[in-house]
Design a protein around this ligand. Structure first.
Ligand code: NGO
Length: 501
């Protein structure tokens, strides 16, 4: 990678910032560089040092200083200060001959400024092993803030289980592109992945299964809490999903008292959907749901509990409506906001609610009605944002066919070229909370497979969620400049023919 010595043009930032003004003298990290932080920015400062030290081998000490004036003006400075118009997640970044200053109103903004700074450094900075440098940062002034409040990705840990270290890697990839929500699809027909103390057989029995007879696994409550904490340190909110009333075969396997006729079904390791249901007219069902939601809520600091609600083909519509009329208020009573796939919008609800649009075809009038009733929408159109769709006909990673094709193919341009603010008739931009890229794992079981499906589509969705002004031609060039970064970080990616690598 000969080009690693060259300063990266500042316009290669993904997602695109609001304004980027190059010019003047740049800065270079050196043995003398310190990271000076306001007391409230200590965590971000330490995080930055941890990111930069492995590749650069530089000491990069973090100095906490309340008094800006007393600081040397050399090095990297992270400042918390009122930044009118930048909001909670916005930041300003300036690189001059003497150093780099990032200013924001809130640590989240500084965190995103830090992600931008990473992208201004040579790609080798992403290496976990020491590299020779030098470490120039081009002169630039950047002002930035996101368009949407919710920028997410989902990992399906139910069809295949991913251990905590793989989830952490996923979280780091989200953070790099300024995503701020991690939706975990924790339960499905094939497996139950989160320990519930009052219902221990969920994981003891149904933690063991996965698609294709592959090994399962489950998170203890402690492991889940560790994921939540790791995400939180990266300003990412975990959105836990317990899918119901369909997609529940694993729960019925573990507790036959929940199953129709109280006969446990066979464990399921195939890829079909829509065949299982909780029993809607049994009180135990609601004791179960209430108990599970209570434990999940207690473990989750974020505002959302995702109750799935998709593809309940084995639940008659009236039953489905009755079920939701009981379960949605349970979420509210736990102090959380209901989130669910678009099907939940078929049942009116006056409380606070987030509906996740996913089906490729235009939704029925029910979605408009839910929005008129106050629901906010997260957009995950499968033909745009599903990271588990094939890239093109016959795309395979090292001979393994990866991905499903029911809504695909989804190439980079498909993922990039759409506007959430005007995507659905009757869903105005004010009702759009944001976007999310789901990664379902029927065909995916290793970190390399995840990387291959994530890159380069996740950065495209990240820009859809973050950047107000977008252009495909510019994005293609900026994205191409990220390939050496992924290589340096050991990330496998799809060499899309649409990108001038
Ligand atoms: C659908 C289905 C999931 C599948 C996925 C595969 C939703 C919301 N429900 O999306 O169970 O895994 O497609 O792409």
């Amino acid at each position: 990678m000969e080009d690693q010595e060259e300063p990266v043009p500042p316009q290669a930032i993904v997602p695109a910032p609001v304004t980027v003004t190059p010019g003047g003298d740049g800065y270079a990290l050196s043995r003398h560089t310190t990271i000076q932080v306001d007391p409230g920015a200590t965590a971000v400062g330490r995080y930055l040092a941890t990111l930069l030290r492995p590749a650069t081998g530089l000491p990069l000490p973090v100095h906490i200083a309340a008094d800006h004036e007393a600081r040397p003006d050399q090095g990297i400075s992270l400042r918390l200060a009122a930044s009118p118009g930048l909001g909670r997640e916005g930041y300003e970044l300036a690189v001059t001959g003497t150093g780099v200053t990032i200013q924001a109103e809130h640590p989240a903004g500084l965190f995103y400024g830090v992600q931008t700074l990473r992208q201004l450094l040579p790609p080798a900075v992403e290496s976990r092993a020491p590299r020779p440098g030098p470490w120039p940062v081009p002169a630039v002034r950047i002002t930035d803030r996101p368009r949407f409040a919710y920028r997410g990705a989902m990992l399906d840990v139910a069809r295949h289980f991913f251990p905590v270290h793989v989830v952490r890697r996923f979280i780091d990839q989200l953070a790099y592109y300024k995503l701020n929500h991690l939706h975990l699809h924790l339960t499905d027909d094939q497996g139950w992945r989160l320990e519930i103390e009052d219902w221990p057989d969920l994981t003891r029995i149904s933690g063991r299964t996965a698609v294709g007879g592959d090994p399962g696994g489950a998170y203890s409550q402690e492991a889940y809490a560790a994921i939540v904490a790791y995400a939180r340190e990266r300003h990412i909110t975990v959105v836990p999903e317990i899918d119901m009333p369909g997609h529940t075969n694993a729960a019925l396997v573990a507790y036959r008292a929940l199953a129709p006729d109280r006969v446990a079904p066979e464990p399921y390791t195939g890829m079909k959907v829509g065949f299982s249901s909780l029993v809607i007219d049994r009180e135990l069902t609601y004791a179960f749901v209430a108990g599970v939601l209570r434990e999940v809520a207690a473990l989750t600091p974020g505002p959302y509990l995702h109750i799935g609600g998709d593809e309940a083909f084995a639940t008659p519509p009236d039953d489905y409506a009755r079920f939701l009329r009981r379960v949605q208020p349970m979420v509210a009573a736990l102090g959380k906001t209901v989130m669910g796939w678009q099907e939940i919008a078929t049942v009116p609800y006056a409380g606070d609610r987030v509906v996740q649009y996913w089906r490729p075809e235009p939704p029925g009038p029910y979605l408009r009605r839910a929005v008129a009733q106050g629901a906010r929408v997260v957009l995950s159109p499968a033909n745009r944002s599903y990271l588990d769709m094939v890239y093109g006909p016959g795309t395979a990673y090292q001979g393994t066919p990866l991905g499903l094709d029911w809504a695909g193919p989804v190439e980079v341009r498909d993922a990039y070229h759409w506007d959430p603010g005007s995507y659905l008739e009757g869903v105005p931009e004010e009702s759009v909370l944001g976007v999310e890229a789901p990664l379902w794992s029927e065909t995916v079981s290793t970190p390399e497979h995840l990387d291959y499906l994530i890159f380069p589509r996740l950065p495209a969705i990240a820009e859809v969620g973050w950047s107000r002004s977008r252009d495909w031609a510019g994005f293609r060039r900026r994205l191409a400049a990220h390939a050496p970064r992924w290589r340096a970080a050991g990330i496998v990616f799809h060499p899309s023919p649409q990108i001038p690598w």
